[in-house]
Design a protein around this ligand. Structure first.
Ligand code: 4LI
Ligand code: NI
Length: 187
């Protein structure tokens, strides 16, 4: 079972490397790892299990965050319309995106980052992602707003990019160009 002791922190160089494509079909071990990553997310969102094992809640996890430099991510969440997203994905790729951006008014957190880093993280408000799922099916997902933000955060991990890399250093709360807020006062 994956717990916080398996999660690498922001001082680990693996988080800043470009992760390797997974050869298809994925091995049994790779598929097992992906299932474990998804289980971590589900467990972390269950109060009883999370408190028993000291899990920090998350909606997304990328393989480099467990010390594995391969292009695999897991996501588990509901968007603001109540749509459920629960996927283990191999070689996910953003094939197109909007010009329009969006940002979480609360800022972002990351299981590999043990401190609060304030600021807006500008991201594309709509993306299309192609990937292979755990069963080997090719998927094409059209995502917007919160869902698009979560997937971009996780795919960034495969490219050695952290959420704080996107925060405006001069003014962390500057409103990004061409963007709309997601959260409390979204409009
Ligand atoms: C408990 C049970 C307030 C502060 C609000 C918690 C079930 C921040 C938000 C959760 C913030 C669940 C989350 C992400 C933020 C903040 C991730 C709570 C888990 C909210 C997920 C990847 C960025 C994703 C919305 C600094 C570990 N997750 N909150 N950002 N939730 N969670 N990110 N931002 N301010 N990170 O962090 O999984 S994209 Cl579901
Ligand atoms: Ni992260």
């Amino acid at each position: 079972m994956i717990t916080m002791k398996d999660i690498v922190r922001e001082d680990n160089p693996i988080l800043y490397k470009v992760a390797k494509e997974v050869d298809l079909p994925a091995s049994k071990k790779e598929k097992e790892t992906l299932k474990e990553m998804l289980t971590y997310l589900k467990n972390s969102q269950d109060d009883a299990i999370a408190s028993k094992y000291g899990l920090r809640p998350g909606v997304g996890l990328a393989a480099p965050q467990i010390g594995l430099s391969k292009r695999m991510i897991a996501v588990h969440f509901q968007d603001l319309d109540g749509r459920q997203y629960s996927y283990g994905l191999i070689n996910p790729k953003i094939v197109s995106h909007s010009v329009e951006k969006a940002f979480l008014t609360t800022g972002e957190g990351c299981l590999s980052v043990d401190r609060d880093i304030p600021g807006y993280v500008p991201r594309y408000s709509k993306i299309t992602v192609k990937a292979t799922d755990i069963e080997g099916n090719e998927l094409k997902l059209r995502l917007k707003d919160y869902a698009a933000i979560v997937f971009q955060h996780e795919i960034d991990h495969l490219n050695g990019v952290m959420f704080f890399d996107h925060i405006n250093k001069q003014d962390p709360f500057a409103i990004p160009e061409n963007s709309h807020p997601i959260g409390q006062d979204e409009e």
